[in-house]
Design a protein around this ligand. Structure first.
Ligand code: ZN
Length: 248
């Protein structure tokens, strides 16, 4: 193993109040596409005639609900029976050991919760929290997937609102504040599966003022030099190795 991995393991072993920012590459290890499905933008544009970002806008949802839900069912909910990866399990163990304070993510599948994590902040909400705009009843992803055409509330017959924020909409302020507080107060910040320069993260990550910023990603990206430690490769393998924090 590379020396940097041993250094990262040492930092995790010696510290608590660790905060994890879980990016899309962590999700992709499960085989899910994500709601923006960046890796298949071209195919989506060919098939739908619109880019993922156009389909995910609130205007599109209002005007072309049928197409929106087709995308939701087939692109976002592309896989059933998703199993927690080794990386997700390692994060849950770290939390159980009392070393991890919070997980901040923009992925929308409750993946960390399913692995057993308690303190996840899902900035965009999730596919399990679709609601009826009239009565507020909540419907999970299975209900969306199995619906004929546009999924509707079984009581009111009204089309459901997706459980995640549409692009261009304001994020939930409470969640955002919680995330910023966690990052600001973190002793160690682990950023996994996303680049530090990513537009969606840069504004949140700048709140971290410590000197233990750990980046774990599949490959090198510009802006990585802002991290104090960088490790590249298979995310689950790296997590398994560095999160073995038990005394030897
Ligand atoms: Zn209803």
């Amino acid at each position: 193993m590379e020396p940097v991995l041993d250094n990262i393991r040492q930092v995790i072993r010696e510290n608590d109040n660790i905060v994890l920012v879980g990016g899309s590459e962590m999700m992709r290890e499960t085989g899910l596409n994500g709601f923006r499905a960046e890796h298949m933008a071209y195919e989506i544009e060919e098939e739908y005639g619109y880019s993922p970002d156009e389909i995910l806008s609130s205007l599109f949802f209002t005007r072309q609900a049928e197409k929106f839900f087709d995308y939701y069912k087939n692109i976002i909910l592309n896989k059933k029976n998703v199993q927690p990866t080794k990386a997700l399990k390692a994060v849950a163990e770290l939390e159980k050991a009392g070393k991890l304070t919070a997980i901040v993510t923009r992925t929308v599948y409750q993946l960390f919760q399913r692995a057993g994590c308690q303190s996840t902040i899902e900035l965009y909400g999730s596919v399990e929290e679709n609601t009826c705009p009239v009565c507020g009843k909540m419907f999970d992803s299975k209900y969306i997937k199995n619906a004929d055409g546009i999924p509707k509330c079984d009581k009111c017959g009204i089309p459901l609102r997706p459980g995640f924020s549409l692009l261009g909409e304001m994020l939930d302020n409470g969640r955002l504040t919680k995330a910023v507080n966690a990052i600001e107060n973190a002793n160690v910040l682990i950023v996994a599966g996303t680049s530090l320069n990513s537009l969606t993260w840069a504004s949140t990550l700048r709140y971290y003022e410590g000197d233990k910023l750990i980046l774990i990603n599949t490959q090198k990206k510009s802006g990585d030099e802002k991290a104090n430690y960088c490790a590249y490769g298979n995310i689950s393998e790296i997590f398994e190795y560095v999160m073995d924090y038990s005394e030897e």
